[in-house]
Design a protein around this ligand. Sequence first.
Ligand SMILES: [Zn+2]
Ligand SMILES: [Zn+2]
Length: 316
Amino acid sequence: MVFSYHSHSGQFCKHAAETLEANVLAAIELGFTHLGLSEHMPRYCDEHLYPEEKELGMTPADLEQQFDAYVQEARRVKAKYADKIHLVIGFETEMCRPESVADALHLMQKYSLSYCVGSVHHVNGVPIDFDEPTIARVEKQLGSTEALFVRYFELVKEMIEGIKPAVVGHFDLIRLLRPQQPLTERILAAADAAINAAVKHNCLFEINTAALRKGLQGPYPHADLALRIAQRGARFTISGDSHCPDFVATCYAALPAYLDALGVDAIWYLEADEGKPALAHLCTDWRRWFDTHCQQQDGKEGHVVATDNTGQTASK
Ligand SMILES: [Zn+2]
Ligand SMILES: [Zn+2]
């Protein structure tokens, strides 16, 4: 078995590429047994539109319509390929405004979605994974990089407690543009509080390989935090956080050694009947896919390469 619970397509996300169906076909081609569809939830304020959306003249109402069209298309594709791959239909959260928890819960209920990837991409409403001037702006507001990290993990905890997501997305995304920041006691206290909330609510932590594609030292969460998470008995899943068909299993070749280093030998996958909440199941035979797919492709361009840094700049 192999799977990813974090994927996007250019059809419903302007910083991704190709249709949703093309992304699903790529997963089938790779031998994926399950794929989670997790398009970004709509953002409801003009100030939170991304530059590529503004360039296209989109409004928050367009994002809502886009999400509506996504759910319809996801249901069509799920049914069409049901004998080839198990699709789980959900979304990825935002925490860009105080109402975001309520926004996410409303969306989940409105569409009877099966799961969500609980992610934080903003601190004080400002994106922290976009570019240097943007993160520097919120860092300056808060006074230090340490304060920025603390606030980020506080928001992750708030998101986990409010939304209880099935999957916690890229737990330490805050390191994308600040990889050198040491984990001080204050930061670790905030991160631990978020980890404890996730353990309490039975969330799965994704090991997200997109970080490797972007040239970071490890997947999200990085080894120092991933070990703390593992020691608290949390459950893990895996994801490529793909934004195009070529990256559905991006850098997956690095996963077996990484999971071994964490002492994790079983990972979890989700299944859901359409319109029903996803249930987590234990997967013990995940190594088989890696044994047959990863060795040959190591070092080549494309699907499961460990150091491919040529992908998109956007990291949401
Ligand atoms: Zn994205
Ligand atoms: Zn994200």
